[in-house]
Each structure stands twice: as structure tokens, then as C-alpha cells.
Design a protein around this ligand. Structure first.
Ligand code: V47
Ligand code: SF4
Length: 365
């Protein structure tokens, strides 16, 4: 045995990782409960280096949150507003045109579009929004609308999920972000986001997208009322879906920010939990290619450390992040390409610029 752990329970998991055996629920809990943080990190690092050696990916991207008006009003959300409430906004197509044009001089490779569920917007708004961005930025991938939005847009359109996706794909939708999954668990759904689609529907919409050739990401919002078992069960549910479809490109653990939300009485997440969640995700999701450390939520400093805990992607340069900042995040709203590269390099890894589909060659001569 060429590896030492202070927690003897980790040796058994090491054997499985070395033999490329799938980890089960109990293994996930052993990892989470272990007091050997660096041991857990080293296990995830084996898996990460096996796939990508010292490469860490990032994308030059732009976020567009087209409206914060939302009928769901999830308890953990600091971004959403009721129509007419102070701070509520909805971008017109002209506003979106201006937003995109204002960055046309930058080499944006991916536009990430997410918003609230605003019943005042007709189906044509979503189609026109995609067409507008695609025409202005033909060289960028349009990663738009979570499964929650797709379900809502389909109800606005009066179409089924696949028909809705077909129309949106025709208008420019190339990929879907992974938001809205929260924790795939009925108890948590009922307590924190009862108006949002539940776990079964989220999985159904994502599966439909995969079946139509639209790849997606997947997320988990952790650090509120969920148990460790519920987190690991969430990862297993995603792994199961991925076994069926293979359509998940990246998993992003989202660290809950309670400050300006209706759950502000809850304590903020601690770094150890953020790092363990990245590591457990890497180890449990053996069939998901990429694990992102989302610096907006965990800070750039911790994202840098997370590269040694299983993360192979630091997401993007991001311009104008709103969802986490309206919940009280103190991180910057964007980061320059140079700062991103330095963050990766000084963490001991090799920065590799990618596009939304992890094509890298043309950006890294
Ligand atoms: O679905 C909402 C979460 C998500 C809070 O796919 C919060 O590449 C923390 O999904 N504290 C949106 N999180 C963000 C998202 C995402 C981000 C980056 C990359 C990708 C991708 C997807 O943010 C929501 C919700 O789960 N969220 N409120 C909060 N207070
Ligand atoms: Fe609406 Fe999404 Fe916020 Fe829930 S998390 S209230 S669905 S914007």
C-alpha cells in the first residue's frame, strides 16, 4: 500500500478507486463523515488526475439573467422578486441586444442564459431571445434555460417538453445548464421549493433533452436542511440517469448562500464541506466527465484548492453574475482571463481554455 490515511475506513475506498469499482451509498457517507480531509481529497485527486492529469478547464463566458420575476419564490433564493416588487426586472429584447452588443469585442465562447418564471413573457420571447443572441454571437454556444424553465416555457407554449425543446433548439439552444435540481428529494422539495417542479419531473425533462441530443449539466444545492444521506442519494440519482443517457457533461455542486434569503437564519457553508462535496462528487459520479468548482459560490481561493480535491473545471470568467450575489455573495462578479489562468497556474495546474463542449484545441495553440 503506497498511500497513508489517518482514517482507516478510507483504505477500503482506496481499493475500490484503484480497481475502478463503483462506490455505493455507504462509501459516500464514509467519505463525508471522515475526519481525514486530505485523505478524501487524495482519493478524488487520483480519479481527477487519471482523467485530466494537471489540466484544469475554464471558459470565457457571459451570464445573462433575463428576468428575476418568478412565481416559484423558493425559500433559498435571494434573486427572485414578485412582479411590481422593488428590484424586480425583466429585460426587453432591446435590453438583451444591448447587453450582448456591449461585449462583442470580447472572445466570449459561451452565453449562459437563466432566469425566473415570469408568466408575462410569451413563448415568442424565448424564441426571439435565442435567435437574437445567436445572430449577434454566432461563434458562442448558447447554454440556456434550466429544466425548471423548460417545463414552464412548455406550459406557456402549450407544447409538450420535446416539442418545446425542438422549437428552442431550432432557435439556437445548444445546451442546457444544470440548475434547478436543488436536492432530488421529495421532503426537501416540499419544505423549500414546493412550487417548483419536483425531483421526478426534473429528471424527466433532463432525460428528454438528452434524448433529443441536447447535452446538459447537473447541479446540487447543498448546505441548507438536507442530510448527508440525501446528498449522496442525489448523486446516485444523477449517476443512474447518466447510465441511461450519457448526456450530462459537468456536475456543479452549488454552495448555499443564506444571507439575503428567507433562510438567513441558517449558518453559511464552511470550506471543509465545500471541499468534501467536490471530492465526494468526483468519486461518486464516475460516469460524469467534469466536476466544476464554481468560484462564484465558494470563492476563487477555495476553487483553487478544490482542483486538488477532484475539480477539473473552474467554470468561467463570467460577467455580471446575479443569482449568488443577490443572495449576499461577496465574491467578484467576474474574473479576467489572466486572473483565471493565474489562479489555475498558482494552484499547481495547467489552464486549458475550452468552449461549452470542452473543445480546446483552437483556443490553446
Ligand atoms: O438553480 C439559488 C442556485 C442555481 C441560491 O450549468 C443558489 O454550467 C446558492 O445552476 N445560494 C443557478 N445557490 C446557478 C446554476 C449554475 C451556475 C453555474 C454554472 C451552471 C452550469 C449552472 O443557483 C439555481 C439554484 O440551485 N441558487 N439561490 C443561493 N442563495
Ligand atoms: Fe425562481 Fe429559480 Fe429563484 Fe426558485 S431558484 S425562486 S425557480 S429564480
Amino acid at each position: 500500500m503506497d498511500i497513508n490515511f489517518s482514517d482507516p475506513a478510507l483504505y477500503n475506498i482506496y481499493q475500490k478507486v484503484a480497481n475502478r469499482e463503483r462506490l455505493d451509498l455507504e462509501d459516500g457517507l464514509v467519505l463525508y463523515r471522515s475526519d481525514d480531509l486530505t485523505g478524501v481529497g487524495r482519493l478524488a485527486d487520483i480519479e481527477r488526475k487519471r482523467r485530466y492529469e494537471r489540466n484544469t478547464f475554464y471558459v470565457y463566458n457571459q451570464h445573462l439573467n433575463y428576468t428575476n420575476v418568478c412565481i416559484n419564490r423558493c425559500l433559498f433564493c435571494g434573486f427572485s422578486r414578485d412582479e411590481g416588487e422593488e428590484g424586480a426586472y425583466t429585460f426587453s429584447l432591446n435590453d438583451i441586444d444591448e447587453h450582448i452588443r456591449s461585449r462583442l469585442h470580447e472572445p466570449v465562447r459561451e452565453v449562459h442564459v437563466v432566469g425566473g418564471l415570469n408568466p408575462a413573457l410569451p413563448f415568442s420571447y424565448y424564441v426571439d431571445l435565442l435567435g437574437l443572441i445567436r445572430d449577434l454571437r454566432p461563434d458562442a454556444t448558447l447554454k440556456a434555460f434550466t429544466a425548471v424553465e423548460i417545463d414552464f416555457i412548455s406550459r406557456i407554449a402549450g407544447f409538450g417538453i420535446k416539442e418545446t425543446l425542438r422549437e428552442l433548439k431550432r432557435a439556437g439552444l445548444a445546451m442546457m445548464p444544470g440548475g434547478g435540481a436543488e436536492v432530488l428529494n421529495e421532503r426537501i422539495h416540499r419544505s423549500l421549493y414546493p412550487k417548483k417542479i419536483g425531483p421526478e419531473r426534473w429528471l424527466e425533462v433532463i432525460k428528454a433533452a438528452h434524448e433529443m441530443g441536447i447535452t446538459t449539466n447537473a447541479t446540487m444545492l447543498y448546505g441548507h436542511i438536507e442530510t448527508l444521506k440525501e446528498r449522496v442519494m442525489h448523486l446516485i440519482a444523477l449517476r443512474h440517469l447518466q447510465d441511461e443517457t450519457g448526456g450530462i457533461t459537468a456536475f456543479i455542486p452549488l454552495s448555499f448562500h443564506p444571507e439575503k434569503t428567507r433562510l438567513s437564519h441558517l449558518p453559511p457553508n464552511v470550506g471543509v464541506d465545500d471541499l468534501k462535496t467536490v471530492a465526494v462528487s468526483r468519486l461518486m459520479l464516475d460516469n460524469v466527465p467534469h466536476i466544476k468548482a464554481y468560484w462564484v459560490m465558494v470563492t476563487p481561493g477555495l476553487a483553487q484548492v478544490a482542483m486538488s480535491f477532484g475539480a477539473d473545471d473552474l467554470d468561467g470568467t463570467i460577467i455580471e453574475e446575479k443569482i449568488t450575489h443577490m443572495a449576499g455573495a461577496k465574491t467578484p462578479k467576474g474574473i479576467s482571463c489572466n486572473n483565471m489562468r493565474n489562479l489555475i497556474l498558482s494552484g499547481g495546474f495547467r489552464p486549458v481554455e475550452r468552449d461549452a463542449f470542452y473543445n480546446c484545441g483552437i483556443y490553446n495553440p
